[in-house]
Design a protein around this ligand. Structure first.
Ligand code: HEM
Length: 380
């Protein structure tokens, strides 16, 4: 370890984006209060994400399909998942997401203060995911309440609390899959039923595997979509001209704009790895079996790659790490991008303006969560 590496660093209570901006120019690798090595630079985060031999994804004692798997086992499960997240599989859901967004845009009251994260982002995320998976709309309040608890547990940094909230989520998932398994051919023809009957290596997925996949698709990602909507609406409300550009640009340009806003302000902070042998990275020697964090938020703002971090959708695209890199790169990228684009286009088409509230600045989240806690806006 190099003398200049801050040790036992606690980011508690800090805005992680500002904090890592401060640290990164002097410290490529920092150790947090849990003893994890946090990689802050783009080159190191990318190198670790691409090095599946020395940086293992088996970081949890819980089954995590596919994110906690390595090697061939990961590849087999990944194939199952990609089948459901391809352009062909997702195209039929475009009108569904448009309808969800249009209904929400119609419901949202005008002229009153709304929170873009919870009142808009979270509600859209839950409804879009339920529609995609074929889950009943009655689950909406339960899922919204769960998202709040999950967020609070993540914020607390207490692993027992996080495990408890994860167990509650597994219960919700079982309540959806068990009737489908019991109903046999009478089960509804939806994505959740199709997943229950998926096979890997010639055998049907086990119930814990289905639960784990669905937990991954929903549990983590509902929160990410909500945070992304918060970040996007905060930027739209603060950047004159951005709303009009999104209203008139073709879809691929809108998607590039979304990626660039999220690069500059990435609410999906980090993923973990564990070293399988001693490694030297970012000028540091890290022992075998060490816990390492790939900090996407920091890597995405590395001045060595993105200069002075000007808003430059075309110029930054090739280096953007919002959806990760390597074998574990986000398979839900297309789904997330389409959901976010449709939500923004639909909302902007139905309002004249989205404005911040004087005297109520957006409140940033604090470590270990990224993005905003609350973004007060008024729709007119
Ligand atoms: C707004 C959105 C999202 C962001 C920023 C995001 C970001 C990421 C990132 C950075 C990774 C890499 C993890 C790693 O290297 O360890 C990842 C993995 C993953 N994401 Fe996403 N994601 C988003 C939405 C989604 C959605 C909507 C789904 C599916 C419904 C999804 C499913 C997954 C899965 C299954 C993995 C694990 C892949 C593997 O281990 O092979 N994500 N995501």
């Amino acid at each position: 370890m190099n003398d200049h590496m801050p040790d036992d660093l606690s980011a508690a209570g800090r805005d992680l984006r500002a904090y890592t901006d401060e640290l990164r120019p002097r410290h490529p690798v920092v150790r947090n209060a849990r003893g994890e090595y946090v990689l802050l630079r783009h080159a190191d985060v990318l190198a670790a994400a691409l090095d599946h031999e020395r940086f293992s994804s088996q970081v949890s004692r819980y089954l995590q399909v596919p994110n906690g798997l390595d090697g061939e086992e990961h590849t087999h499960f990944r194939e199952v998942i990609e089948r459901h997240l391809s352009p062909e599989a997702l195209t039929p859901f475009v009108p569904v997401f448009k309808q969800v967004a249009a209904e929400l845009a119609k419901e949202l009251p005008r002229g009153v203060v709304l929170d873009a994260v919870n009142d808009i982002g979270a509600v859209f995320a839950v409804r879009a995911q339920c529609a995609w998976l074929g889950w009943p709309t009655e689950l909406e309040p339960q899922l919204l309440a769960w998202m709040k608890q999950n967020h609070a547990a993540t914020r607390s940094g207490d692993p027992d609390r996080t495990a408890e909230v994860a167990a509650q989520f597994d219960e919700i998932i079982r309540s959806v899959i068990q009737p489908r398994l019991a109903a046999g051919y009478k089960a509804p023809d939806d994505l959740t039923t199709r997943l229950c009957h998926e096979t890997v290596n010639g055998r049907q997925l086990s119930e814990p595997e289905v639960v784990s996949i669905l937990r991954n698709w929903t549990g983590g990602d509902l929160g990410s979509i909500a945070l992304c909507v918060g970040v996007l609406l905060a930027h739209i409300a603060q950047q004159p001209g951005l709303a009009d550009r999104i209203r008139t640009a073709p879809n691929d340009e809108v998607e590039a704009i979304i990626d660039e806003v999220l690069r500059l302000d990435d609410p999906f902070v980090s993923n973990r790895r564990v070293t399988t042998c001693p490694v030297h990275i970012g000028g540091q020697d890290i022992p075998s079996g060490a816990r390492v964090k790939l900090n996407w938020t920091s890597a995405n703002r590395d001045e060595a790659v993105f200069g002075n971090n000007e808003f430059n959708p075309e110029g930054s695209a090739a280096k953007n790490l919002v959806y990760g890199a390597g074998k574990h790169v986000c398979p839900g990228r297309l789904l997330a991008t389409w959901e976010l684009r449709i939500a923004l286009q639909t909302l902007l088409a139905s309002v004249q303006s989205i404005e911040l509230v004087p005297g109520q600045a957006p409140e940033r989240e604090v470590a270990p969560v990224g993005g905003y806690h609350r973004v007060p806006v008024v729709l007119t």
